[in-house]
Design a protein around this ligand. Structure first.
Ligand SMILES: [Zn+2]
Ligand SMILES: [Zn+2]
Length: 191
């Protein structure tokens, strides 16, 4: 596999500190280049008046422009609430075996469920959600290993059960080292 990189795109307002730390965390976990795009997308065109949410499908389409050279991947990061036609809400979505994905932290904030705000909890959840959508772009489907980032999660509580890394099988498909999580927790800036 050619060496791939991951481009993060802000979709709507995303705090600069949040996206920078996400970029750094992903680079450690993946051991691949990760950068933030120099443009941002406005999610307004994806808004559904009926659902009062934003269409993940529309945002995935928006993320394909401008074109990005393969084998690089692009994942949008957003604070807006996403839906798919068959789901009341989703934490993210991606093209299976494609190039783009989107991850929302709207429902990942602890305060969404009336917990106290906790930046470190949010940090880990976003990291895992982006890893998950990235995996889909490489053709990975939901994994049966409960701690693997590719296991399914519709709720933040499910995200908390996963590690910010992939199981051996998923790692092989992505060409990422299995010690990503170790590097993440040992790099000093601990969550
Ligand atoms: Zn999934
Ligand atoms: Zn797995």
């Amino acid at each position: 596999m050619d060496r791939w990189g991951l481009e993060l795109v802000r979709v709507g307002a995303v705090a600069p500190a949040l996206i920078r730390r996400l970029r750094d965390d992903l680079a450690v976990c993946l051991a691949h280049p990760v950068w933030v795009a120099d443009f941002e997308l406005a999610p307004a065109d994806a808004f559904s008046r009926d659902r009062r949410q934003y269409s993940a499908v529309t945002i995935l389409n928006m993320l394909q422009d401008p074109p990005l050279t393969m084998p690089h991947r692009r994942v949008g990061v957003t604070d807006v609430d996403l839906f798919l036609p068959v789901f009341a809400h989703v934490l993210g979505s991606a093209q299976l075996q494609g190039q783009v994905g989107v991850a929302s932290f709207h429902r990942l904030r602890p305060e969404f469920l009336d917990d106290r705000p906790n930046p470190q909890v949010l940090r880990l959840r976003i990291l895992k959600e982006v890893l998950h959508e990235l995996g889909h772009t490489f053709g990975l489907v939901h994994c049966q290993v409960p701690w693997c980032a590719m296991s399914a999660s519709l709720l933040p509580e499910h995200v908390d059960l996963k590690d910010p890394s992939f199981c051996e099988s998923c790692c092989g498909r992505l060409d990422v080292p299995r010690d990503g999580i170790l590097s993440f927790f040992l790099k000093g800036d601990q969550p």
